[in-house]
Design a protein. Structure first.
Length: 356
C-alpha cells in the first residue's frame, strides 16, 4: 500500500499537476509565461521544505564523467533558457545534471523586437528569434560568482549584433577570458539563425580562426596554473554533409574538445501546425519534437565519420526516454533539453536521467 502511494505521488500526481500548470501558462504569451514560471519557481523555492520536496521527487543521481567533468546525471538544460544565470539554484532542483547559460555577449543587448517566441503546440515545438538578448558579460560573470557549487555550469558565448564578422573573434575571446574562472565548460555559438550573418562564421576560415584563438588562450591559462576548461562547438542542423565534413576537420585541426549537435533549424518541413500560422510567425529558429530526427542524423554522421573520436552533446527534439536513447545510440554522451522540458516538464528529465 505504501509503495503504491509513493508511486502515485512520484509519477502520476506530478504529471497531472504539471499539465494543469501548462494549460494555465499557455494562456499567456510564450515569453511572459517563461518569466512568470521562473519567477514563481524562485518564490516557491523560498518556502521551507518546498525545495527539498521538489529535489526528492525529481533529482536523479546517475553520475557520469565527460571531458574530465563529473556530472550528476547526463541530462542538461540547453542554452537560451536561463540566459543570464539568474535561476541556476532553482532549476537545479528540477533534476538537471548540468545547466548551460547564455548565449553571453560582451555587451548587454535587448535582442530582437517582441513578439519573438512562439509555441507550435500541435508539433510540441517552438520558434524563437530572441537575438542573443542578455545582461552582458560583466553582469553575468559577477552573478556566477555565487552559483551553486555542486552544479556543473556551461558558458555559451557569442558575438554582439553590432560586431562585424571580421572582428567576431575578439568578442569570443573577451567572453572566454571573463568567464573562464566561473564556468565549467564553454560552447562556441556560431549557429544561431537569429543574429544577422552569424552562421557565416561556421565557414571553415572564420571558424578555424575563432577556435584556434580560444585554444591559444586556454593553453596560456593552463601554463599559468589554471585548470583546463573544455571547449565545444555548437552547430546548426541545416549543414550539409560536406559542411559537416569541414566541421569535423576544423575540430580535429584546432584540438577543441567536442561538438554540441544541434542548434535550432530554419526549416519548416513536416510541421502539423497550419501553414498560414507558421508563415505569420515569420523568421526564427525552430526547436522541439520536429527536430528530433534531423538532430539524431547529424549526431550519427559526426560520430561515424570521426570514428567516435569527437565527444558529442546531443540536443534537439528530445521528448521522451526513447528519443533520448536514440541520441545516445547515435553517439551522444550527454543530452540537453529545452522545448522538451517546456512540454514535458521535470518528470521528463527524471525519466530520461533514470533510463540512460
Amino acid at each position: 500500500m505504501l509503495n503504491s502511494l509513493r508511486g502515485l505521488f512520484s509519477h502520476q500526481i506530478p504529471y497531472i499537476l504539471y499539465n494543469f500548470i501548462l494549460r494555465f501558462l499557455f494562456l499567456m504569451s510564450a515569453e511572459s509565461a517563461h518569466h512568470f514560471s521562473l519567477n514563481s519557481l524562485r518564490i516557491f523555492c523560498k518556502i521551507p521544505f518546498f525545495r527539498k520536496i521538489l529535489s526528492s521527487i525529481y533529482v536523479v543521481k546517475n553520475e557520469y564523467e565527460f571531458l574530465g567533468i563529473r556530472f550528476k546525471n547526463r541530462v542538461g538544460l540547453a542554452a537560451g533558457f536561463d540566459k543570464n544565470a539568474k535561476y541556476l539554484s532553482e532549476l537545479s532542483v528540477l533534476g538537471f545534471g548540468f545547466i548551460e547559460i547564455g548565449t553571453v555577449t560582451p555587451k548587454p543587448q535587448t535582442g530582437n523586437d517582441k513578439p519573438r517566441l512562439f509555441r507550435l503546440i500541435k508539433d510540441e515545438s517552438i520558434i524563437n528569434r530572441m537575438g542573443f538578448n542578455n545582461d552582458g558579460l560583466d553582469v553575468i560573470a559577477k552573478r556566477l560568482l555565487t552559483r551553486p557549487i555542486d552544479l556543473v555550469v556551461g558558458g555559451n558565448i557569442g558575438k554582439n549584433k553590432i560586431t562585424p564578422n571580421e572582428e567576431a573573434v575578439n568578442d569570443y575571446k573577451i567572453c572566454f577570458d571573463k568567464l573562464y574562472d566561473v564556468v565549467d565548460y564553454f560552447v562556441v555559438n556560431v549557429s544561431s539563425p537569429n543574429t544577422p550573418n552569424l552562421r557565416e562564421l561556421q565557414d571553415k576560415k572564420p571558424l578555424g580562426e575563432i577556435l584556434t584563438a580560444l585554444m591559444v588562450m586556454r593553453k596560456s591559462f593552463i601554463s599559468n596554473g589554471k585548470i583546463c576548461k573544455p571547449i565545444l562547438l555548437k552547430i546548426a542542423p541545416d549543414l550539409s554533409n560536406e559542411q559537416l565534413n569541414d566541421v569535423i576537420e576544423i575540430v580535429n585541426e584546432s584540438g577543441i574538445d567536442g561538438i554540441v549537435a544541434t542548434n535550432t533549424t530554419i526549416s519548416r518541413e513536416r510541421l502539423l501546425t497550419n501553414k498560414q500560422q507558421v508563415e505569420s510567425i515569420g523568421a526564427g529558429g525552430l526547436s522541439g519534437k520536429i527536430l528530433s530526427q534531423r538532430a539524431t542524423e547529424v549526431i550519427a554522421y559526426i560520430h561515424q565519420k570521426s570514428n567516435g573520436s569527437i565527444p558529442i552533446i546531443g540536443v534537439g527534439g528530445i521528448h521522451s526516454a526513447e528519443t533520448a536513447q536514440e541520441k545516445i545510440n547515435a553517439g551522444a554522451s550527454l543530452l540537453q533539453l529545452y522545448s522538451g522540458f517546456i512540454y514535458g516538464g521535470p518528470q521528463l528529465i527524471k525519466n530520461i536521467a533514470k533510463s540512460i
